[in-house]
Design a protein around this ligand. Sequence first.
Ligand SMILES: [Zn+2]
Length: 99
Amino acid sequence: MAEPVRKCRRCGREVPAGELSKRGLCPSCVLESVQEAVRQLREHRGPVYEKWRKAWEAANERRITSIIEYKKLHRGEKPLPELWEVRREREERHAAQAE
Ligand SMILES: [Zn+2]
């Protein structure tokens, strides 16, 4: 039985269904979109870069908030632990608050 054929969401070309990416792109459109993303990240502009920058800033904000909360809770009692420990403690505290 022949493999079903589907259309690329970007260029509309028909390709075997198994060759389409998760986002429904054919191999050559995948290559183009990766190259475009790399170019935007390198040039620090464009929608891909803006999305990356916002996600990075949000992650940084959460990191700083975690450290500030930890310092308030344990004023000088404990040295600042590894970042993952700060994060886990914060998640546990927030989960307990939500209950
Ligand atoms: Zn395509």
